[in-house]
Design a protein around this ligand. Structure first.
Ligand code: ATP
Ligand code: MG
Length: 204
């Protein structure tokens, strides 16, 4: 069966789409087959030039067919579902049932953290992912306090942070050229993919 990784949460702009694209990029860099499923109602980005395919899950039926195909597939592949902005609650509950991992990105702000931790407690196989984490050493001290608070509230369910990476914005463009993905973005993507593969092993 292809592994389904669902990226959701009830906070707009926390980085669901960015984390989904970074994860697919990283899995491809590790020579894994990955596809990203879009579920939000925005125009579909092109797969052209990317090291992973983008699939259309904007209609319920199409999404169900993709999930069904993944659960039947014998491929060693990864289906990364970007949960979209406008669908939460029941949608997340339904889709996450099929997912081996449910990732909930959050940024370093109290509102994001509270929403993400409450959400994480509601879903099994769910982990929060600190996203856009600072790379500035002064701010890092303050943000470490936030991470420790999250770890206390959600023991062993806080993934290593995804750093703030300006180059990740490029992955959100309609068309990209894989060779233009800069080294820093590749490194961030690869590290994220390694952490996710480890987590998949730990949840069985
Ligand atoms: N790790 C990151 N480094 C730098 N910028 C980031 C990172 N993650 C997200 N961003 C930026 O933050 C903004 C929101 O990110 P994104 O669109 O991925 O969030 P989202 O949760 O998918 O939003 P929505 O709820 O609207 O679907 C974008 O401008 C994106 O480029
Ligand atoms: Mg999005």
């Amino acid at each position: 069966m292809a592994k389904i990784i669902y990226i959701g949460g009830n906070k707009g702009g926390s980085g669901k789409t960015s984390v989904a694209h970074l994860l697919c990029t990283g899995l491809a860099l590790l020579n894994r087959t990955a596809a990203l499923v879009t579920t939000d109602n925005r125009p579909l980005r092109s797969s052209q030039g990317r090291p992973y395919n983008i699939l259309d899950g904007r209609e319920g039926k199409a999404l169900a067919a993709l999930i069904e195909a993944a659960t039947r597939s014998k491929d060693d592949a990864y289906l990364v579902i970007d949960g979209g902005a406008t669908r939460h609650g029941e949608f997340d509950k339904t889709i996450s049932k099929f997912a081996a991992l449910f990732l909930i990105p959050f940024t370093a702000c109290i509102e994001d953290m509270e929403l993400a931790s409450a959400y994480c407690l509601e879903h099994t196989h769910s982990f929060v992912v600190p996203n856009r984490w600072t790379t500035n050493s002064m701010a890092a001290k303050a943000d470490k306090v936030l991470l420790d608070q999250m770890e206390e509230a959600l023991p062993r369910r806080v993934m290593p942070p995804v750093p703030d990476t300006r180059g990740s914005g490029m992955l959100l463009e309609n068309e990209i050229i894989a060779k233009d993905i800069n080294t820093r973005t590749r490194n961030v993507a690869r590290a994220l993919a390694i952490n996710v593969l480890e987590k998949l092993l730990s949840v069985g």
